[in-house]
Design a protein around this ligand. Structure first.
Ligand code: 5GP
Length: 204
């Protein structure tokens, strides 16, 4: 089996608990989370190389020119992007890398890098998502309605994902995700070098 790490994009509705699932995967199983570059200024407590790689606009545009991003987007006046170097250093070291990005970014990544695995995390039902958002107690009814409406629109993205995982019980979901991601190591897309080696061996 290939010793290289895999790249998996984790997306899901806001409130589906994907952030928690990703953090548990990192804590329990040693996955790495990709660190994005951005031109936005650091917020209080944010650290260079931990939350983001903070760049000037000129630096970011230079990186775009040099094809240093897996994908990038402009969002409310700032650039955000996933640097190739960090991700590739990790996978070449044998560490699996998780990208927690929104659905449009995820599809761009898949188009450019078909070997990337797209995983969609969903709560068990519409009612459960609303219950979780209400349970946070941090948002107005209007804001929650907006997130629910957005989730309805985002449902159609599920068709483009490779795997759909239900987040009902957190511990179960984390275990299922880990099992799934480990199985991805055996996919032919993630074993191209090994396949070539075996073919060379047998076809000579
Ligand atoms: P914030 O400024 O609140 O940290 O992030 C703003 C938005 O940028 C969030 O929706 C976040 O998911 C998105 N974002 C962060 N990093 C990346 C990235 O590398 N690529 C893309 N496309 N979006 C990102």
């Amino acid at each position: 089996m290939s010793k290289k790490g895999i790249i998996a994009v984790i997306s899901g509705f806001s409130g589906a608990g994907k952030g928690t699932v990703v953090n548990e995967l990192v804590k329990n199983y040693g996955y790495a989370i990709s660190i994005s570059a951005t031109t936005r200024k650091p917020r209080e407590g944010e650290k260079e190389g931990v939350n983001y790689f903070f760049k000037t606009r000129d630096e970011f545009e230079e990186m775009i020119k040099n094809d240093e991003f897996i994908e990038y987007a402009e969002y409310v006046g700032n650039y955000y992007g996933t640097p190739k170097k960090y991700v590739y250093d990790k996978i070449n070291n044998g560490t699996d890398v998780l990208l927690e990005i929104e659905m449009q970014g995820a599809l761009k990544v898949k188009k450019a890098f078909p070997e990337v695995t797209l995983v969609f995390i969903t709560p068990p039902s519409y009612e459960e998502l609303r219950r979780r958002l209400e349970g946070r107690g941090t948002e107005t009814k209007e804001a929650i309605d907006k997130r629910m409406a957005r989730a309805v629109e985002e449902c159609s993205y599920m068709d483009f994902y490779d795997y759909i995982v239900e987040n009902d019980d957190l511990d179960e979901c984390v275990k299922e995700m880990h099992n799934l991601l480990q199985a991805v190591h055996y996919s032919k897309e993630n074993q191209t070098e090994f396949i070539d080696k075996i073919k060379n061996d047998f076809e000579k």
